[in-house]
Design a protein around this ligand. Sequence first.
Ligand code: UN1
Length: 496
Amino acid sequence: MTTTTELLSHFGLKPEGQHAVHSPIDGAEIARIDYDDAATIEKKIAASVEAFHAWREVPAPRRGELVRLFGEELRANKEQLGRLVTLEAGKILQEGLGEVQEMIDICDFAVGLSRQLYGLTIASERPGHRMMETWHPIGPVAVISAFNFPVAVWAWNAALAVVCGDSVIWKPSEKTPLTALATQALFERALKKFGTAPVNLSQVILGVREAGEALAKDHRIPVVSATGSTRMGRALAPVVAERLGRSLLELGGNNAMIVAPSAKLDLAVRAILFSAVGTAGQRCTTLRRLFVHESIYDKLVPQLKAVYANLPIGNPLEKETLVGPLIDRHAFAMMEESLSSARDEGGAVTGGGRALENKFPNGYYAKPAIVEMPDQTATVRRETFAPILYVMKYRDFAEVMAKHNAVPQGLSSCIFTQDMQEAERFVSAAGSDCGIANVNIGPSGAEIGGAFGGEKETGGGRESGSDSWKAYMRRQTATVNYSDALPLAQGIEFGV
Ligand code: UN1
């Protein structure tokens, strides 16, 4: 098995420092790193501004060429980076590789986009005038990312920002600095091949909360894109807003599935499994609430319990494993706490508790839990970043739709049904209030081509596909007068 040291040296890295990095697999120390301090952060921000000034003048399709080269590096190193994601974040190798694929996909998307940063031409009301809208690079973009998608979410932001003509400063989670350093190393290889791009176009800042705060506060950084908990977003957004900066937030989710009477149950079960226990329940898009119609409840729920009873929990590097460890002891404690309060609220818990404690005394493996709830209680309405699936029975479609939306978060959602009316109602204006709404697909595992993000406490930001690129640019309306007169808009007569 390849060790972390071997993997790091594959990326040309030999990090040293005061702070230990642990693998969630067994809790072992896998590397040591140093954090940035106020002085190095300042230096990096200044360098980012300088890089931006050079990069914004490079034609966008040429900027796309750099992202194309970066995508090639990712393709060539997919196996190694995927493995490092598994070692550092604990997700199973299939998902580690999937995460790198997501980076490759967004690079491809961004390369095409580099020739499509379209603005509008708008009919002017004045004769001899032309009015147009142009999208310009905006400045250094800060990307604050979470441990659960330690590299893909950065790539969603960075690939777009770079083709948009911006520089990027990345503050990864303190739990996953190594994958960030490895990704940065690949980006630097692409930079070298490209030849003429500013060396500080992308930089990494390592540290804890204060490092993120420094970026949030700094007026030289017009866009701060942050992924993480609602708590983090609540602390960060006012700091950015205080200086009237733009924040792009992707925060908590409390994603649901409705299983209607006509649903194809075999598909539903597979989708539930992937979205509720995949990544050990640590995706923003993880399925957390399951509403099952009363007519099929006694068929579906026992089937689900049977599958849960035999889930392969184990070392995420091993092929047959489907459920790896939680990120750390704290995550496990939070899961226990939520299960206990769900019990207090009348929940019947199947599963839960620690697994593999003897084999991995310092790794926190949890048995995924199914919790049958009498109602959508306070605990159900809260996001716990762990494999807990709250199951509730419903009778009436309108009633379940209301319950579906009666949580503070609004990221992802889905319905399993063969009933066309239900499906259409679910994705209609009066249906799901989430940023993502799927029919006969689970709530997680979105493709990069769509805009990713959600409403309410999820923060409102959109990243990745569609026209999310606009968040990384400034819009300019320019009107050019090519006549010999100076007509005023609104027909105003003024003076001479
Ligand atoms: C996240 O958990 O922050 O849709 C991102 C998904 C992935 C991305 C999740 N493509 O589950």
